[in-house]
Design a binder for this molecule. Structure first.
Ligand SMILES: *[C@@H]1O[C@H](CO)[C@@H](O)[C@H](O)[C@H]1NC(C)=O
Ligand SMILES: *[C@@H]1O[C@H](CO)[C@@H](O)[C@H](O)[C@H]1NC(C)=O
Length: 397
């Protein structure tokens, strides 16, 4: 009895403390996720407000490339590289489609010499030389070109395990020679790459839990915005690559270098782009978050044009994006080769720079599931690719 009297009020207090604690956690959670709930409502296909500030919009090469996830631009030589994987309909490690791991022959990295007046100048698939694995297990995602050395880094979501492939690019020959493969536990979910030098990379990893192994936890990670993603530093300077975790970011996606010290990382699940200051000490560099650019869509890949604008491509509505993906997987699974989608994805492209802030360039569904936008500021030509689309969206200013 004495014990009971003693425990009574105490356990009530404990109970209260737990309730207050849970309530506090819940409110923090709801507060931090209010943005995503608003997006789920406001950007639903029937409510989404369309915007088009991109002059002379066109969709090119619909019969040449499709399912392009990423592109990089080399304005000085007027070519673009596109990473395209029609196999994504049946194999998407990020979103969790695991029907058929073999990529079709059209999967690859394409080079488009976009300033050639030649009518035949459409994207050509790069020949991959000395590639040690089976071409059908090549699933290119994020790519990055270190122009000074023509080193091409390709994130490869191979069925036999995700990895980063390093190639030397020969643009005139439309070929790339394989140099090495980087595989590491910290790079289990590699997504996007930027190079600090010929031998140093920052790689984003989108998730801690992989859709392949822990589908439910991976979804929980996406929808709660838990910082399970990361930025990883890879140093290829020595014989043995040195690989270190630099920082954690919820659903880290695109990464781009704004200037000598500032890097931008897209956090898809928290609808924001974070800016980081890179500082050097002994060992791997440090990234310190300096600013947040809040968005009303889920940002995917980032790029920086010659005029210093950060281009942010992404998805207005997560649930619709999931439906487009499931629809593509279902049709591919049924062997349906028609292009009659039951779900139309939508796209969002914005631009940010420190003086003008954020500006919406495009919101619409003529071209869906935009995931990367790039711009040649000298030629005033912009391009975007969509994960589940055919062709390339272009505009001229
Ligand atoms: C672009 O976005 C897609 C989709 O999330 C991702 O898988 C890909 O790796 C990204 N590429 C880069 C370079 O960010
Ligand atoms: C780099 O860009 C950031 C963000 O716009 C800015 O705050 C910073 O001053 C710039 N740094 C340099 C060295 O230009």
């Amino acid at each position: 009895m004495v014990q009971f009297e003693f425990l009574g009020p105490r356990s009530i207090k404990l109970g209260q403390a737990v309730t207050v604690g849970l309530f506090a956690l819940l409110s923090i959670f709801l507060y931090s996720r209010a943005g995503i709930l608003y997006i789920f409502y406001a950007n639903a296909p029937t409510r989404l407000i369309k915007v088009n500030n991109l002059p002379h919009l066109d969709i090119k090469f619909q019969n040449v490339v499709r399912n392009c996830e990423h592109m990089v631009l080399e304005p000085s030589a007027a070519f673009a590289l596109l990473s395209c994987d029609p196999g994504r309909d049946t194999w998407n490690t990020v979103m969790g489609t695991f029907i058929d791991a073999n990529s079709p022959p059209e999967t690859g990295v394409y080079i488009w010499k976009y300033a050639d007046a030649d009518a035949t100048s459409h994207p050509q698939k790069l020949k991959l030389l000395d590639y040690p694995a089976s071409p059908s297990d090549f699933h290119p995602l994020g790519i990055h070109l270190h122009s000074a050395s023509n080193t091409l880094y390709i994130v490869n979501h191979a069925a036999s395990g995700s990895r980063v492939e390093v190639f030397r690019l020969f643009p005139a020959e439309q070929a790339a020679t394989h140099i090495k493969t980087i595989k590491h536990d910290l790079l289990a979910a590699p997504n996007s790459i930027t190079a600090l030098s010929e031998s140093e990379l920052l790689v984003t990893c989108d998730h801690y839990f992989l859709r392949k192994n822990q589908p439910i936890l991976a979804q929980v990670e996406t929808y709660t915005g838990i910082p399970g993603g990361s930025v990883v530093h890879v140093d290829l300077g020595a014989d043995e690559a040195k690989i270190n975790l630099v920082t954690r970011v919820p659903f880290a996606n695109g990464i781009a270098q704004l200037n000598t010290t500032t890097f931008a990382v897209a956090s898809t699940s928290t609808n924001a782009v974070y800016l980081y200051l890179l500082s050097r000490h002994d060992g791997p560099p440090r990234l310190t978050r300096t600013a947040t650019i809040p968005l009303s869509f889920h940002p995917d890949n980032l790029s920086v044009d010659g005029a210093g604008n950060l281009l942010i491509a992404g998805h207005p509505h997560g649930p619709t994006f999931e439906e487009v993906m499931k629809d593509a997987a279902a049709r591919a699974g049924d062997g349906d080769k028609t292009d009659e989608k039951s779900w139309k994805g939508s796209s969002w492209v914005s631009k940010w720079n420190p003086s003008d802030g954020l500006k919406t360039l495009y919101v619409g569904d003529e071209y869906g599931t935009s995931c990367t936008a790039v711009r040649d500021s000298g030629r005033k030509l912009g391009m975007a690719v969509g994960l589940y689309e055919r062709g390339v969206l272009t505009w001229t200013e």
